[in-house]
Write a protein that binds this ligand. Sequence first.
Ligand code: AMP
Ligand code: MG
Length: 408
Amino acid sequence: MQTNISLEEAQETLLSLAKPTESEESVRLEEALGRVLSKSIKAPYQLPPFSKSPLDGYALRAEDIEQATPAEPVIIKVIEEIHAGYVAKSEVVAGTTIKLMTGSPMPKGADIVIKYEDIERTADAIRVFQPLKKDSNVIFAGEDVAAGEVIANSGDVVTPALVGALAAVGIAMVPVYKKVDIAILSTGDELVEPSEALPAGKIYNSNLHGLRAACSNLATNPIMMGTVDDDKEKIVNKLLAALEISDIVITTGGVSVGDYDLVPDAILEINAGIIFKGVKLKPGSPIIVAKKQNKFIIALSGNSAAATVTFQLIAIPLIKKIMGLKEYFVPTTKAVLMSDFNKKSQQRRFLRGVFQIDYAGNSVILADSQSNGALKSMIGCNALIDIPAGTQPLVKGQVVSVILTGEL
Ligand code: AMP
Ligand code: MG
């Protein structure tokens, strides 16, 4: 067991112990967003499936209008009219054209499309005033995707663009890794559910719900294990029940050194192997990560900001690896700090903030409160400011390192 290790040691240790899930399933396209592909996807069809017109115009043969000039326009006979979704019955032969709308298949025999705006229409013919190079205004079959081409790889996240591309090549069922099951449980005699009345001395359980939401956001399957009292036997039973039905168990509270911090004892009692205990960062240093068989237990502090920060920095990379993703870490960058921070940072410290980007560069606004338990100030935060151990108070205008934990 390692104790008081660095964040990077914690992350690397966990990633080296975690294996990507191998369970796969096939989900409908409508349910695939955010999931991780378990297989590469080859396009069964070329895209577009046929050569077509990118505009409203007339399909004809380039050679027929080679001699066209404004003074001596070439007259071409209109023999048919089609729109998208229909195939022309006739073939374009010398001196003829087919009128078509955007998306119409190219009629046989035609090799160009000339725009409505560039011709003059008479009752049954068009007058063309200039030549057009062969293949002009044609979108060719297979131009976007060739039949059999790999359009996405195993380990890719299904994005809206990929959903669209899969639909375009006629894929309705998507092979993905099964969702990682994450059991979340809170410990603490003081906790009640938000749906209940609030007796004196109690607080509502926010971690359970906040972490559940964070797990949903990652396209995992959060399992609510509820709250357990500060009672070792009860924690033991709940941990065992959680391990039965999940890949990862996340607990909050009771992980420090107080009289009622019983999670460490419970983890020992169930014979889970502690991987590390304590990480050198603030907030959230009293974290324990253990493994029982191939399942992880991540025990986080009960303080909401501490639980959130350590979930983001330590739990998420592990979860991403198990999900089958290829990238485990979010981007980091530098930004100009927009306000002072008056405390020294003896330990490495992560401050919550709002990262912004504009033409002048990156900036980051500190959340109003950096207290371990603060909740309101975390709303809207999308970044953690990484302050190295041994740093003096920070001043506005200083450049700081930033981890992008949320959307801009
Ligand atoms: P603990 O980690 O159990 O020592 O708890 C640290 C602080 O976080 C205490 O003020 C707890 O009341 C609070 N706390 C613990 N668990 C939760 C929770 N699930 N939701 C909100 N606050 C909590
Ligand atoms: Mg507690």
